[in-house]
Design a protein around this ligand. Structure first.
Ligand SMILES: [Fe+2]
Ligand SMILES: [Fe+2]
Length: 310
């Protein structure tokens, strides 16, 4: 970490980080502008039409939203150490957009809970649910976010190439690349109006679509940083091992079925097996792009396609 003032090098407009930064600026969106009224209407109509829809079924819907909301808060808080140690101006520019975007994601979920979830509960005369209630967060969830926080704050004590690689592995490759992308894909598909037994939530889906596109850029940045670290001598096995150690935790989160109906026939949406397959496929492609010196990290135009923004 620099301690004395020295003027930075000029920006490198051709660098990947600078182009990702520009891409973030050009694709700016406002979480306050997504229309949420139809989500309230559709939820109320769906609940009325569905026999036996009770508080337990409602928790099944809230579970994913609560996990994402708290997750976006956590990653917003945990990104600052990386900002403190990065010494390249283009990396720094990008990281600033990422911090801002994580804050917008947290903002979207907070707004969704207040304007959709609570409105529906008020309408039904139910007690307002707490998005931070401990019931939403199982042990693997707490453990993964705990380990991520430690990996980030470690940089403030010992900023080595290996510790930076571990920080990107926790945050960009695992929490964002595997957990978030898988979850967003699952939720986007489940509430996109394709499944008969699930409500269509257009505001939620629109928010997810915007967030996924931002996350695609974040993951691309992390991959590129890892590729640079390997070129500087970090052992690729460290990357593979770090992510592999975290995979059972991710699985414990995506397969949290405590809020699902007991009878599998009553379950709607994507099966957890389909989600796991999707996650592993994405991860395998990314590892190959990071570790193969000849393979290219997706450029700005390919970032959205990379994450399957469909
Ligand atoms: Fe995010
Ligand atoms: Fe992110």
């Amino acid at each position: 970490m620099a301690t004395e003032y020295t003027p930075t090098e000029m920006m490198d407009r051709e660098s990947r980080s600078n182009r990702y930064y520009r891409n973030a600026v050009e694709r700016h969106w406002d979480p306050g502008e997504i229309a949420l009224e139809r989500d309230v209407e559709n939820l109320l109509a769906f609940m009325e039409e569905t026999d036996g829809y009770d508080r337990e079924s409602w928790y099944g819907t809230l579970n994913g939203i609560a996990k994402f909301g708290a997750g976006e808060d956590a990653v917003t808080e945990d990104l600052a150490p990386l900002g403190a140690v990065l010494d390249n101006i283009d990396d720094q520019l990008f990281l600033t957009t990422q911090l801002y975007e994580e804050a917008k994601h947290a903002d979207f979920f907070d707004r969704y809970w207040r304007e959709v979830i609570w409105t529906v509960e008020d309408e039904l005369g139910w007690e307002r649910s707490n998005p931070r209630h401990e019931r939403w967060f199982n042990d693997p969830y707490i453990e993964l976010f705990d380990r991520n926080r430690k990996a980030q704050f470690r940089l403030l004590e010992e900023d080595t190439p290996e510790n930076r690689a571990k920080a990107y592995c926790h945050y960009h490759l695992t929490v964002e690349g595997i957990l978030a992308q898988t979850g967003y894909y699952g939720m986007q598909t489940s509430y996109g109006g394709e499944f008969e037994g699930l409500p269509h939530l257009p505001g939620l889906v629109q928010g997810f679509t915007k967030i996924r596109s931002d996350e695609g850029r974040h993951v691309g940045f992390g991959m590129n940083q890892l590729k640079k670290l390997i070129a500087e001598g970090v052992d690729p096995h460290l990357i593979e091992e770090t992510v592999e150690e975290l995979l059972p935790l991710v699985q414990g989160i995506t397969e949290d079925e405590r809020f699902q109906p007991d009878d599998p026939a009553d379950r709607r949406g994507l099966e957890s097996g389909e989600l796991a397959e999707y996650a592993i496929e994405k991860h395998t492609d990314r590892m190959q792009q990071i570790t193969d010196a000849a393979a290219d990290i997706p450029d700005v135009d390919d970032l959205v396609a990379l994450e399957g923004d469909d």
